[in-house]
Write a protein that binds this ligand. Structure first.
Ligand code: HEC
Length: 214
């Protein structure tokens, strides 16, 4: 093979022309996506696809019935309350069987949290209160005194009580127990029936003492 440095001027000219045509051909081919290098990169490095939830086994959407046991929040306005209803009289029996052992026969004795009575010993808006609360003369708060929404009583009992067997009560039983506790706190008549439309209407004394952030 001759040393290219020693090519004749005519051969140099021919080489430059051939090389130029080759370059132009490569540029045209690349623009049209026809070069072999481009084809190789397409077959061996496909665009990465996002892994689907099914492939990696994460974040699989739950079915409605799978979610239902956890989707139990009841909001202050009653949103989330289930169908069903309960009476104070039914709640009295349920309370004696399922709750009294821990909360006391009338909801005041304990040993677990007090559920009935007293809205506290000291109140700056009512300095003479200690003289007025002869019945429960201690700073002991209860559902009736401290909870701003009646609907929360339902929510709490449903998700947390009885302590040893949460979520074991039927909705009708929870309505009945809620009715009984509200009745024992002087907030409902003995004849009351509560359900998703009547429970949110019970006005709790603590609502007036609660600062809402909207
Ligand atoms: C085995 C004992 C036990 C039984 C039975 C039980 N509770 Fe409770 N309850 C507790 C304890 C302990 C707490 C406090 C839980 C906490 O603060 O985490 C509590 C708290 C509560 C509260 C919230 C009180 C507050 O002001 O914070 C309510 C309402 C309540 N129980 C209702 C009921 C009802 C209704 C029943 C019957 C269905 C019941 N409990 C059965 C032990 C019990």
């Amino acid at each position: 093979m001759p040393d290219p440095i020693h090519l004749s001027p005519a051969k140099w000219l021919a080489a430059i022309l051939v090389h130029g045509v080759e370059q132009i051909a490569l540029i045209v081919a690349a623009t049209l996506g026809l070069t072999t290098a481009n084809a190789w990169s397409q077959t061996t490095s496909p665009t990465p696809q996002p892994a689907s939830a099914a492939t990696v086994g994460l974040a699989i959407a739950l079915k409605k019935e799978e979610l239902a046991p956890y989707d139990i929040t009841v909001f202050p306005n009653g949103r989330g309350l289930p169908p069903g209803q309960g009476r104070v009289t039914q709640g009295r029996v349920l309370y004696a069987n399922q709750c009294a052992a821990c909360h006391g026969p009338s909801g005041t004795e304990g040993p677990a949290a007090r559920l009935v009575g007293s809205d506290g010993f000291i109140g700056w808006d009512d300095p003479l209160r200690p003289l007025r609360i002869a019945k429960h003369p201690l700073l002991v708060q209860s559902v009736g005194a401290r909870w701003p929404y009646a609907t929360t009583v339902f929510d709490y009992i449903r998700r947390a009580m009885p302590y040893h067997a949460p979520k074991s009560l039927e909705n009708d039983d929870i309505y009945a127990l809620t009715a009984f506790l509200l009745y024992r706190n002087g907030l409902l008549d003995a004849s009351a029936v509560i359900n998703a439309s009547t429970l949110p209407k019970v006005v709790m004394p603590a609502a007036a003492k609660t600062v809402m952030e909207h």
